[in-house]
Design a protein around this ligand. Structure first.
Ligand code: ATP
Ligand code: MG
Length: 372
């Protein structure tokens, strides 16, 4: 199971979330990012494996919703945590200010086309929760032409209930909704805004709208707190993630995604005995059709498609290479060990160690053959 460092951040509708006491600078059990690196990479690899199974099994759909104040790091979290997943079966949807067509419908209408099919993952970069965040802070419903009966109702209060019901409907019909609030402090937002203004390549990320919304900080905090308390349930929880340290937010989200997929526990589809028998027959034909004898492939170095390589590109560093080499030496006790190694040691720098491990394993095998 994923390390349960996320328990403290999970809301299921029992304990009240109080935004005032929340430590946005928390880094859990880690002193710095280097300590968390190893787990992060391994989480990504395990997420990758589980997603392949999720897709193959085609039983459940999953939605990961991301909400946050501007500059809290939504885009970076999504980019890094979902980086090693296959585009097959994963899609990100960014929900902006509704278009005039979207506004002419009920607020949930635009989300139907973004629902994941079974086995797929949809990432919602903002969502219908905007309708109880920016929609609540600025009372946007007042600008809409509404039937008389709606003008008297508690529009936002009703939305919490509608969202709870909507998500329950999704859960009951095969789609999980996992909600993640990246909680950044007001000071850290100021620092990130300044950096966006000072750094040319980040200029495009800041808008006058962002600066205007910052003036409503306290109203937003109230809206976030109420949103979490009103819409957390045991099956559709909210996670409030400390987001002042980008690396910790990314690690925490990787834990949330991993744990969600572990709970779903997807399995490779199995074929029936009859089918298996039929393909075994076919295998004989295939083997007979080859020019020479069929030789099963020996474990190879990772191919470029291996997610480990991608992960390695993110994290390659000297220290890690040394550790990996040590593990390689210790573990190289045969091809099985080498295979395991390929799965668990994803750095480019580790390639040499792996080659060496294979050589050692081969030597050991020869020795073994000579002995017997
Ligand atoms: P970036 O990180 O690139 O800034 P972003 O998600 O902030 O990404 P923007 O185009 O800057 O993208 O902002 C989207 C805006 O759309 C946000 O200010 C958000 O509040 C607004 N928005 C989203 N949904 C709604 C909605 N239902 N009603 C009103 N505004 C909405
Ligand atoms: Mg923005």
């Amino acid at each position: 199971m994923a390390k349960d460092g996320i328990k403290a951040y999970k809301y299921v509708g029992k304990d009240k979330f109080k935004i005032a006491g929340f430590d946005t600078g928390d880094t859990g059990e880690f002193a710095d990012r280097a300590e968390a690196l190893d787990e992060f990479v391994h989480n990504l690899l395990r997420i990758n494996k589980l997603q392949q199974k999720l897709y193959a099994e085609r039983k459940e759909g999953v939605i990961f919703i991301f909400q946050a104040m501007d500059a809290a790091g939504k885009d970076g979290v999504i980019r890094t945590v979902f980086n090693t997943l296959s585009p097959h079966g994963v899609r990100e949807y960014c929900f902006k200010v509704p278009s005039s067509e979207e506004s002419s419908h009920d607020y949930l209408w635009r989300f139907w086309s973004a629902m994941p099919a079974r086995g797929n993952i949809s990432i919602f970069n903002r969502s219908y929760y905007e309708d109880v965040l920016v929609g609540r802070v600025h009372k946007l419903y007042k600008n809409q032409i509404l039937p008389e009966r709606m003008k008297k109702s508690d529009i936002i209060g009703q939305r919490y209930e509608q969202i709870r019901n909507f998500e329950k409907y999704l859960y009951d019909t095969g789609t999980r909704v996992i909600k993640i609030f990246l909680n950044v402090s007001k000071d850290e937002q100021a620092r990130r805004f300044i950096s966006r203004i000072d750094t040319e390549r980040k200029n495009w990320k800041i808008s006058s709208g962002d600066i205007k919304e910052r003036q409503f900080w306290d109203d937003y905090m109230e809206a976030f707190e109420t949103m979490v308390n009103e819409t957390s349930t045991s099956v559709n929880p909210w996670y409030v993630v400390p987001a002042d340290h980008k690396w910790y937010a990314r690690l925490t989200v990787s834990r949330i995604v991993l744990q969600t997929l572990e709970e779903i526990d997807p399995q490779w589809p199995v074929i029936s005995d009859d089918e298996l028998e039929a393909v075994q027959e076919y295998r004989k034909e295939l083997a007979a059709s080859l020019p020479g004898e069929y030789i099963p492939p020996v474990p190879q170095l990772p191919e470029f498609a291996n997610p480990g390589i991608v992960a390695a590109q993110i994290v390659e560093n000297e220290e890690r290479a040394k550790i990996v080499e040590k593990i390689a030496r210790r573990k190289a006790r045969g091809f099985k060990a080498v295979e395991e190694l390929l799965e668990t040691t994803p750095t480019l720098a580790s390639l040499d160690a792996i080659i060496e491990a294979i050589a050692e394993a081969k030597d050991q095998e020869t020795e073994f053959e000579e002995e017997t």
